[in-house]
Design a protein around this ligand. Structure first.
Ligand SMILES: O=P(O)(O)OC[C@H]1O[C@@H](O)[C@H](O)[C@@H](O)[C@@H]1O
Length: 308
């Protein structure tokens, strides 16, 4: 890393281009050729490629790339509501808004910048947002790509004045997998979850890793800081690190996929959403308070070693 740090110009590794709708998108690159693309539409990460150019996030071939709808795939940001338990549109409005680049963000820990290509984004409520959700907030999102190819998202949500408010939140992370039937999740065994397919009834995972044979839509009530998604066919393991974010696991399976306009009929086989999310216990922010939610995604070639 020291060698790269001496010759690699991180500022030059950041490029702002236009996306398919003429909206700015930011491309981050690292010295080994990995890349990340972030659209200002929704602050959504739309691509994460490793140093061999392989795409690690799922995007539907039928995705609708048109605001105000969020593109199906990548990592949509769900805020101030995740899901449909609330008065707002499903998953809140943040994923459908145009964010700006934050040229002067409040500092984060130096480890969150050093040796990384990164961009800071900012969302403030518009007049229209304030009509449906009258809360004064600033949402800062840092997206960074490390020299080892890890992708990190750090969200900082601040109540800038007025009354306390509550929110739920998610990094709705669409992982690209070879075949959902060959995938398993380790780290959620024995945990309690609410099953969205059974009127949110509470169940406990059994001792085995989670595998997939039908639709899954589960809200986990707690989660360790590290979980792993093992893809046997690709001999690839996603290592997901998160802090203070329980989560959700979702695959629509065939019937639901067919009913979705922006999802190919068979594409459920190639995707798995494993979200870092705040759902059951919304966060409360008093005036002046800030909440931070961090997600780090990495990929290792071999099977998962529990470091958490
Ligand atoms: O189609 P949307 O709004 O992006 O939501 C996709 C899925 O998001 C998941 O979080 C929900 O649990 C699912 O029920 C939902 O279908």
């Amino acid at each position: 890393m020291g060698h790269y740090a001496a010759i690699w110009d991180h500022k030059a590794a950041i490029e702002v281009t236009k996306d398919w709708n003429g909206i700015d998108q930011v491309v981050l690159r690292n010295p080994r050729g990995a890349s990340v693309r972030v659209s200002l539409h929704g602050g959504q990460v739309t691509s994460w490629r490793n140093d061999r150019g392989e795409e690690l996030l799922f995007t539907s071939s039928k995705a609708i790339f048109k605001p105000p709808k969020a593109m199906r795939g990548g990592i949509p940001i769900c805020f101030p509501q995740f899901g449909n338990c609330g008065s707002l549109e499903q998953h809140g409005f943040a994923r459908n808004k145009i964010w700006s680049i934050d040229e002067n963000p409040p500092p984060l820990h130096p480890n969150d910048s050093l040796g990384k290509s990164l961009v800071d984004l900012l969302l403030k409520p518009s007049d229209e947002d304030l009509k449906c959700w009258p809360r004064c907030f600033e949402f800062r999102l840092r997206v960074s790509l490390a020299a080892d190819g890890k992708l990190t998202l750090i969200s900082r949500i601040r109540n800038i004045n007025g009354k306390p408010f509550h929110f739920s939140f998610a990094y709705h992370t669409y992982l690209s997998v070879s075949d959902i039937s060959e995938v398993r999740i380790e780290g959620l065994e024995t945990l309690d979850y609410l099953d969205n397919l059974c009127q949110r009834k509470r169940f406990t995972e059994q001792g085995d890793a989670i595998t997939f044979e039908s639709e899954v839509d589960r809200v986990y009530l707690s989660s360790p800081n590290v979980i792993a998604v093992l893809d046997h066919e690709r001999k690839r393991t996603y290592v997901i690190r998160k802090e203070g974010l329980p989560g959700l696991v979702w695959n629509p399976w065939e019937k639901k996929a067919k009913a979705m306009l922006d999802f190919g009929d068979d594409e459920y086989k190639q995707m798995l959403c494993v979200d870092g999310a705040i759902i059951e216990k919304p966060i409360t922010l008093k005036p002046g308070e800030e909440w931070t939610g961090r997600l780090e995604l990495g990929v290792v070639p071999s099977s998962f070693c529990d470091e958490g």
